[in-house]
Design a protein around this ligand. Structure first.
Ligand code: G
Ligand code: G
Ligand code: MN
Ligand code: NA
Length: 250
């Protein structure tokens, strides 16, 4: 309850910031997109770790409001990036997966004059499974208008395969738990190889998450993975720091 009130106050005070973790092309190292990640800059406590408030937001009605703000902010920021092909990905809160998401996304895109093709919505299995058909229908409408859909934390859930089809996913994000173990553990390596094969067969793009070391990047590239994100390249950067990186590669 108290934390809930804190979150409300923080949001009203403008303490939430949107940071961006670059996604790079494994062949060239070039930044081709960025994932928006919410940060809370508390006036006394400093940066509050996401683990201390994201789950709470996800369960709170405030999640819908913060999620709508994330969407608008991310579109406005992405519209300022120098290369008109750099994509922006946002994570959806469960409360956003309802019919009104269509209008919310259209408004955010229009306000920023951002083409729908630049925006990617990340959904997790947990989110998709808890929602009714209106949420799924909203995603289908958005996809038909050019918005991309990514399956976050791919491989960690139970219904991943049927969901790929049900939601007409464009891209899968290999969960970082597989990437972190893949060079030492044959089972993790087999899972990553299998995801890459499946994606190729289904015509899906793939991004590997949690890449922290060059040998992981090399292994992924050798096995046909085209994109990666992780501390090897950059943590989530504030909007200004991302701009600097994007300009440097123009
Ligand atoms: O960078 P990090 O520790 O912030 O992220 C922790 C978790 O919080 C991740 O699972 C990420 O998907 C989630 N998260 C971060 N920002 C957002 C956001 O804006 N919306 C939603 N729904 N989840 C987010
Ligand atoms: O669940 P989601 O995949 O959206 O979460 C992204 C989370 O992963 C954020 O907490 C982000 O800070 C974290 N993250 C990003 N890159 C790395 C990495 O290379 N290693 C680790 N351990 N965490 C990472
Ligand atoms: Mn994500
Ligand atoms: Na993820």
């Amino acid at each position: 309850r108290d934390l809930d009130r804190d979150l409300r106050r923080a949001f009203a005070n403008g303490e939430f910031e949107l940071h961006y973790q670059p996604q790079v092309e494994l062949g060239t190292g070039r930044i081709c997109g960025a994932e928006a990640l919410l940060r809370w800059r508390h006036p006394q406590r400093g940066m509050v770790p996401a683990s201390e408030f994201i789950d709470l937001l996800a369960r709170s009605p405030l999640g819908a409001e913060v999620g709508a703000w994330v969407l608008r902010r991310a579109c406005l920021d992405a519209a300022q990036w120098p290369d008109p092909d750099t994509s922006v990905s946002i994570n959806l809160f469960p409360a956003q997966l309802v019919e009104s998401l269509v209008a919310e996304v259209q408004l955010a895109l229009a306000a920023a004059a951002l083409p729908a093709e630049r925006l990617e919505l990340e959904i997790t299995e947990t989110i998709a499974l808890t929602q009714d058909s209106a949420g799924a229908e909203a995603l289908a409408v958005l996809r038909s208008r050019g918005v991309n859909l990514a399956f976050d934390d791919f491989g960690t859930g139970y219904a991943s395969l049927s969901m790929l089809r049900r939601f007409r996913i464009d891209r899968v994000k290999i969960d970082r738990s597989f990437v972190s173990g893949m060079l030492e553990n044959g089972e993790d390596a087999a899972i990553v190889r299998w995801i890459l094969m499946l994606a190729r067969a289904l015509g899906l793009r793939v991004v590997a998450e949690g890449v922290e070391a060059m040998p992981q990047a090399d292994w992924l590239h050798d096995h046909g993975c085209e994109e990666a994100q992780g501390y090897l390249y950059a943590p989530a950067l504030d909007a200004g720091a991302l701009q600097v990186r994007l300009r440097a590669q123009q």
